[in-house]
Design a protein. Structure first.
Length: 718
């Protein structure tokens, strides 16, 4: 009896451990949002692919084998599906993804079952082999998955209010448990794992069972790859590469013996959730687990002044935007050069790949919708171009954020409704009434009572009530120098009451900037103190009885960060550089959004070993320390490394009439050569043209617009 009780306790230790860990985090992280429905749901969603792989591994281990290749299968399957979906559609893509997993599983199974090689050695070899295949399949390039049917079914969709990833988990666990416990196949798997020789003598075809479990593991890893690419709306070679040990730990902790003969599907589920809960609760950055905006231009309101640039990181090897552009969107560079060589677009131009902008906007919009976030497009970085606004709208984003009145005029003129006004620059006194009448913004940010009164008065004159956002600040918050201002966060409840008393205005919520910043040392995107200020202010407003509080949290925004913003309580996001793939994070990690902007000019003359190229647009946003700026310089379309040349950019104190390209050595630049740069610009503060080009991804490129930085058509060439 004592022995039997001890065995039963061993079988149920995972459940006791799960409850104990849950209670520990519930108590220790009660003020950090651990017990919120959103966070608990997020744990389940993030562990869904791990759970799917764990089911397959339960069968493999129960049969006395092991599969180390599941992480590589995830990447190959996800990339196979994404590539096929791009060309042939959803159904062939899904079949390709699952087929890749089953095929690799079949190969593993044949070598284990019939060639009689140890499964450890076989799958260790295929793990390395197919990790290399995943890297070479798209040349290290991530592939966006924008088909809404696929992403809805395998990632961001829901049925009866339950996310599709949870449905996949439920169905897989139910089917796996039934097959494992209630069918002859499950019994045979356990028999083979317990004693393969006895199983063979009893009539069980042991090689068939071993082949079947390896194929099942490969197929489920393939399904996990589809779930990853569906949720992230992109496939990349790194998917699944860190999951192997997590899956093995989940399965072993869940009660499956490493040497076979016993296992538990339900235990594997609990083990997976336990791993996800530990990852969620022990993450030192909270929900912000993403990779690396420069703090060198920032000011802390606590009085510490500007934060000096980290000189130690100069030329530390950051991949620059041109590197990413050449690798991830080479057709765009080639098309831009061709258009310039043909005389169809001017030098000194920010060129936009509108097809990619549309796809990026769709990725961001889908993720925002999944999380219940309102999304406003920032357009200043690309000169408020009308064609850019149209591409963003085709991608599903129908509201803009206007950092100033020029942005509001341009996006309104392009048909993109102003969703947020006053974000960075407040509206001038005598422009408020006209802004309210013309734009009727969904939200209007104000820094003080006077600006709130002006906005409310303008709305009243226009016949509506304006929703107002209070810009708030607290000790320790971080602002770019010259961006300081706002209400004291501690007074937010009083501010809200004051706004509600305004004739023509009402309190809608709170905002700050920046809520997120890129950190050079860790190469992560980190929450600023401002975000914590927003969270505390929202809690104070809720305690005061206010509901439906809007929390606007702009910063370094890409689709992979929206979940973290939502987890922190944000209700609004404002992607800008994310729409054209040029946030700092895009320079160091392949994110779902592809790069969609370059700066193009031409060589004017040669002097003193330098090729002088026409300037006017050389504002390089200093999110990184100084680095060796390069350009592709050529007389024909190319992205070859041999066409790269180092460039000296005039310092900010000088007018950028020219930049100087190194003209030494072989294949020296010639007068008239095209020069293409990849950097994060701010077109609205330059003298450059902004050119929108469509058709790059599907046919002959078409120049849609040639405008200035105010979104106004230019009569180029004269």
């Amino acid at each position: 009896m004592p022995l039997k009780m001890r065995i039963n306790l061993q079988q149920y230790v995972v459940y006791f451990g799960f409850v104990a860990i849950f209670i520990f985090f519930a108590v220790m992280l009660q003020d950090s949002g651990f017990l919120t429905t959103r966070n608990l749901s997020n744990i389940v969603l993030q562990t869904a692919p791990v759970t799917i792989m764990a089911i397959g591994l339960v069968f493999v281990l129960s049969a006395g084998e092991i599969d180390l290749s599941i992480g590589s299968i995830v990447a190959v399957s996800a990339l196979s599906a994404a590539v096929v979906i791009e060309s042939y559609g959803v159904v062939p893509g899904v079949l390709a993804g699952l087929g890749a997993g089953l095929t690799i599983g079949f190969a593993n199974g044949v070598l284990v079952a019939y060639v009689r090689l140890p499964s450890f050695l076989v799958t260790l070899a295929t793990m390395g082999l197919f990790a290399g295949v995943a890297r070479s399949l798209t040349n290290l390039r991530s592939v966006p998955v924008t088909d809404e049917t696929f992403t809805g079914f395998f990632g961001s969709g829901s049925l009866l209010g339950i996310p599709s990833l949870i449905w996949w988990t439920i169905l897989a666990i139910a089917a796996g448990h039934i097959v494992y416990r209630e069918t002859r196949f499950g019994a045979h798997v356990l028999a083979v794992g317990d004693n393969a020789r006895a199983a063979s003598v009893s009539g069980i075809k042991v090689p068939h069972i071993r082949l079947a479990v390896m194929m099942l593991s490969g197929g489920l890893a393939g399904l996990a790859g589809l779930l990853y690419s569906g949720r992230l709306q992109a496939a990349k070679y790194t998917l699944g590469e860190t999951d192997l040990m997590t899956v093995i730990a989940a399965v072993i902790v869940g009660g499956t013996l490493l040497n076979g003969g016993r296992g538990s599907i339900v235990g594997a589920l609990v083990g997976s959730l336990m791993m996800g809960m530990l990852n969620n609760g022990l993450d030192p950055d909270g929900p912000f687990r993403f990779r690396p905006d420069d703090r060198s231009r920032l000011h802390h309101s606590c009085g510490s002044g500007r934060v000096p640039a980290r000189k130690a990181t100069l030329k530390r090897g950051f991949p620059m935007f041109l590197d990413v552009l050449r690798r991830r969107n080479p057709k765009f560079i080639e098309a831009a050069i061709a258009l310039h060589r043909e005389g169809r677009i001017p030098a000194n131009s920010y060129v936009l790949d509108l097809d990619t902008v549309e796809a990026n906007a769709r990725i961001l919009k889908n993720e925002a919708d999944r999380l219940g976030l309102k999304i406003f497009a920032m357009t200043k970085q690309v000169g408020r171009a009308s064609s850019f606004a149209h591409a963003v709208m085709r991608g599903g984003i129908n509201r803009s954020v206007a950092v100033d009145m020029a942005c509001a005029r341009a996006t309104h003129r392009a048909g993109l409704k102003v969703g947020h006004l006053g974000h960075l620059q407040q509206v001038a006194r005598h422009e408020a009434k006209a802004a309210a009448k013309t734009f009727r913004p969904d939200y209007w940010t104000v820094f003080n009572d006077e600006k709130a009164a002006e906005a409310a008065a303008g709305a009243k004159a226009a016949g509506y009530t304006q929703s107002l956002l209070a810009r708030i600040r607290a000790e320790g918050d971080t602002f770019y120098r010259g961006h300081e201002g706002g209400f004291e966060a501690a007074d937010v409840a009083t501010v809200a009451e004051h706004f509600d008393r305004l004739d023509g205005g009402r309190f809608a919520g709170i905002t700050t900037f920046p809520a997120l910043l890129f950190d050079h040392q860790t190469r992560k995107v980190m929450p600023t103190h401002n975000l914590a200020t927003l969270t505390k202010a929202a809690e104070a407003l809720a305690k005061a009885g206010r509901k439906d509080i809007e929390v606007n949290a702009p910063g370094t925004t890409s689709s992979v960060l929206l979940q973290a913003l939502a987890d922190a309580g944000a209700t609004q996001c404002e992607p800008g550089n994310g729409l054209h793939g040029t946030t700092a994070l895009h320079a160091v990690e392949d994110l779902p959004e592809l790069p969609a902007v370059c700066y193009l000019t031409e060589v004017s003359h040669l002097s003193g070993g330098k090729a002088y190229c026409l300037g006017g647009g050389f504002y390089i946003d200093p999110i990184f320390p100084d680095y060796d700026v390069k350009a592709i310089v050529a007389d024909e379309p190319t992205t070859a490394a041999s066409a790269l040349r180092s460039v000296e950019i005039p310092p900010p104190s000088m007018i950028d009439y020219y930049a100087m390209i190194d003209a030494e050595g072989a294949k020296a630049p010639k007068v008239g050569d095209t020069a293409v740069f990849g950097f994060r610009g701010q077109a609205f503060v330059t003298r450059a043209y902004v050119v929108g080009v469509s058709g790059i991804s599907r046919g002959p490129p078409k120049v849609e617009s040639i405008e200035n930085g105010f979104g106004e058509a230019e009569s180029w060439p004269v």
